[in-house]
Design a protein around this ligand. Structure first.
Ligand code: IMP
Length: 187
């Protein structure tokens, strides 16, 4: 029988990205819409671990969670671990305004996937994609900061100008999920 992973997320975009990656490894994935704590912390690893432990406590199942952030070099890594809050408050336009007179557009997305079984410690997997913040929003696909981020190897397209398959060729989340899936199929 093939493997199954339970992915705790309320974000259907993240779930679809995960489904696509897991299908490469013949791992079926179920979306668990359990609301987990999202602590404020300066480290996305700590956020992922807290969320994994909380999800396991609520569901008593082996759980996969994922936490990500956008780190902008000229802003000393801001919004980083605060990406979710920044997206909800000032949004994509707010970040573009902060970057208005800044020439250095370098940024990266970092994703941490945490897997946790009941009564065990979470195990973490990482993925990172280097890129740039563009000057104007482009594209309608995806979510979050996708319209303003272009990966270095993406031919100049923003993530929001890519379909899911193309984004998954480059994305931080796909890299972290692949690292997890390679380990998981050997368990
Ligand atoms: P989360 O806490 O992992 O859900 O991510 C924090 C925030 O980072 C989200 O609200 C998004 O705004 C942003 N983010 C995370 N991953 C992505 C992505 O793949 N594309 C665009 N924005 C993302």
């Amino acid at each position: 029988m093939g493997k199954v992973a339970f992915f705790a997320t309320g974000n259907v975009h993240k779930f679809n990205e995960a489904r696509f990656v897991f299908s490469e490894f013949k791992v079926a994935v179920a979306m668990l819409k359990v609301k987990t704590v999202e602590i404020q912390d300066s480290d996305i690893e700590n956020i992922a671990v807290a969320s994994a432990l909380d999800a396991v406590k609520k569901c008593s199942l082996p759980i996969v969670v994922e936490d990500a952030g956008l780190f902008i070099r000229a802003l000393n890594g801001f919004p980083g671990p605060y990406s979710s809050y920044v997206f909800q408050t000032i949004g994509v336009n707010g970040v573009l305004k902060l970057m208005k007179d800044i020439d250095d557009r370098e940024a990266y997305f970092h994703s941490v996937v945490a897997f946790c079984r009941p009564r065990e410690k979470p195990i973490m997997f990482h993925g990172k994609v280097e890129g740039r913040i563009v000057h104007e929003e482009r594209g309608d696909e995806g979510f979050g900061f996708d319209p303003i981020f272009t990966p270095l190897k993406g031919g100049g397209k923003t993530f929001a100008e890519m379909g899911l398959e193309e984004k998954n060729r480059f994305s931080h989340r796909a890299l972290a999920l692949r690292n997890f899936a390679e380990w998981y199929i050997r368990q």
